[in-house]
Design a protein around this ligand. Structure first.
Ligand code: IPM
Ligand code: MG
Length: 363
């Protein structure tokens, strides 16, 4: 493999973001050094950190700077909605608006959220042992630039009654491109797609189902099943092993991925990649900014470190380097090191920095 120069944009973000991203950079640097690559970081401000400096959660300059990178690594954005001054701003100027805008601007329509139960972390899983026996390994494919998140919304007074509208819109092209990604990924895994919708109620889901079925016709080696979202929520805790790729729209994917993360033991373990039609991607942990534990040095950096591994794999085709990071994570867990969120009896509790350092050392 040729030596590469990796141009990586870094959005440390808010809350625990700076702490966990610092550890992921440490691990990336180590992997790059070991395999002879160089890394060039471009610091990008987004979310609350950008509001504090620019008054808005994402500037045009930052969007342009992100586009000029090969990939972006991100921590988390947002603060405590009750106490943070960011939430006194109108909704379109709050931290989350920056995240939604960058997803849209960079056309990051495919959000991959792998939920894997590590053997070593079975103790942190809230499900009964008979359910988790043999582990599970699923990939949630969440559509990320359509649906309720980006449909028209407004709050108006109608006949003296305050009324709010959010619209859930999908066109067939938006559904087709995410469905294709889902099938492509399933073809390289256990060859099963569970498409999740609410086709018993929603028109958008009926179109979703129709287009997904058309796409399935192009992938004879992959099995397709449909599942209603309420049933899926139940199946995730009843029998998570049944899932390989879960393909779903934006809002359902948001909700189901939090649920899936919890059955793996902790949201602090869940990586994610948001991809467009090119090699570019935005990589971030699935969890939030956790303002309640920010600055305490106890946050779990593993989701961010695993997101960095996904970046090496998807944006740079550096599979060997990505494997090295994933193997190092598994080794450190096997050796018994745990951050507080995944701590169980007889294990050794470590902080954010120590966890990052241990993983880097094992590369
Ligand atoms: C996520 C988050 C975001 C989302 C929030 C912060 C807007 O929950 O990435 O899952 O809803 O997409
Ligand atoms: Mg979410």
């Amino acid at each position: 493999m040729d030596r590469m120069n990796l141009k990586i944009g870094v959005i440390k973000g808010d809350g625990i973001g700076p702490e966990i991203v610092t550890e992921a950079m440490k691990v990336l640097d180590k992997a790059a050094e070991k395999y002879g690559h160089t890394v060039e970081y471009t610091k990008l401000l987004m979310g609350g950190a950008s509001i504090d400096v620019h008054g808005i959660p994402l500037t045009d300059e930052t969007v342009a700077a992100a586009k000029a990178c090969d990939a972006v690594l991100m921590g988390s954005i947002g603060g405590d909605a009750k106490t943070s001054p960011w939430y006194k701003l109108e909704p379109s100027k709050r931290p989350e608006a920056g995240l939604l805008r960058i997803r849209k601007e960079l056309n990051l329509f495919a959000n991959l959220r792998p939920a894997v139960l590590y053997d070593e972390l079975k103790g942190a899983c809230p499900l009964k042992e008979e359910i988790t026996e043999g582990g599970f390994d699923m990939m949630i494919m969440r559509e990320l630039t359509g649906g309720l998140y980006f449909g028209e919304r407004k709050t108006v007074e109608e006949n003296g009654v305050m009324t709010a509208y959010d619209s859930l819109t999908y066109n067939e092209n938006e559904i087709r491109r995410i469905a294709k990604r889902g099938f492509d990924i399933a073809a390289k895994r256990r060859k099963k797609v569970t498409s999740v919708d609410k086709a018993n109620v929603l028109d958008s889901s009926r179109l979703w189902r129709k287009v997904v079925e058309e796409v399935a016709g192009e992938y004879p080696g992959v099995t397709l099943e449909h599942m209603l979202v309420d049933n899926c929520a139940m199946q995730l805790v009843k029998d998570p092993k049944q899932f390989d790729v879960i393909l779903t729209e934006n809002m359902f994917g948001d909700i189901l991925s939090d649920e899936a993360s919890m059955v793996t033991g902790s949201i602090g373990m869940l990586a994610s990649a948001s991809l467009n039609e090119t090699k570019f991607g935005l990589y971030e942990p699935s969890g939030g900014s956790a303002p309640d534990i920010a600055g305490k040095g106890i946050a779990n950096p593993i989701a961010t470190i695993l997101s960095a591994a996904m970046m090496l794999r998807f944006s740079f085709d550096l599979d060997r380097e990505a494997d090295a990071i994933e193997t190092a994570v598994a080794k450190v867990l096997k050796e018994g090191y745990r951050t507080i969120d995944i701590m169980s009896e007889g294990k050794r509790q470590v902080g954010t920095e120590e966890m990052g350092g241990l993983i880097a050392k094992n590369i």
